[in-house]
Ligand binder design. Structure first.
Ligand SMILES: [Zn+2]
Length: 175
């Protein structure tokens, strides 16, 4: 017996499949609201990064802790706080998680060789208590990357004695 009206059912399904609760949506919404612009799932880049921020030459991966084996040590695979490998068919899961981890590593290496920065945001870091801090530090990292990329290279900083105000600094030290 189906007691739900089509409308109710639709609501239920929508809630179950709600994309707004997905870790990736949390990151996307937050970044967008703060003026960061990105492309999604760029198929032309290794690993199909979830978000690509061209201005920051940065790829962001929002990873599920289980599938990507967050904090799971290799090669000796052990459960971590947020990645509990099922006892049933354990070998199967271990092999799968290992493969995923190795592929993630390969993809990020390729991206780095192409000149991209990579940031991984983990599902567990987006839980309500940690979310704000995680997102703030993500923005901080992006801004730091931008600054470093736009700092003129090959031009050494002036030597200390050439810096205006150095004398004052020295005087302050003496007193
Ligand atoms: Zn985790």
């Amino acid at each position: 017996m189906d007691k739900l009206s089509p409308e109710q059912r639709h609501k239920n399904m929508a809630a179950i499949h709600s994309k707004d609760t997905k870790p990736e949506m949390i990151v996307r919404k937050w970044l967008w609201s703060r003026g960061f612009r990105y492309r999604l799932n760029s198929a032309r880049l290794p690993g199909r990064p979830d978000l690509v921020l061209k201005k920051y030459r940065t790829c962001i991966f929002v990873n599920g802790c289980f599938w990507h084996g967050h904090n799971v040590p290799l090669p000796k695979v052990e459960n971590s706080e947020c990645c509990k490998i099922p006892q049933t068919n354990r070998e199967f899961w271990v092999a799968k998680i290992c493969r995923n981890k190795e592929r993630d590593k390969e993809d990020q290496k390729k991206l780095a060789e192409m000149g991209w920065h990579c940031i991984t945001v983990w599902e567990c870091e987006l839980k309500p208590l940690k979310r704000e801090q995680t997102l703030k530090s993500l923005a901080f990292t992006l801004n730091k990357i931008w600054l470093e990329d736009h700092t003129v290279k090959g031009k050494p900083y002036p030597k200390l004695e050439e810096v205006d105000g150095m004398l004052m600094a020295a005087e302050e030290k003496v007193t």
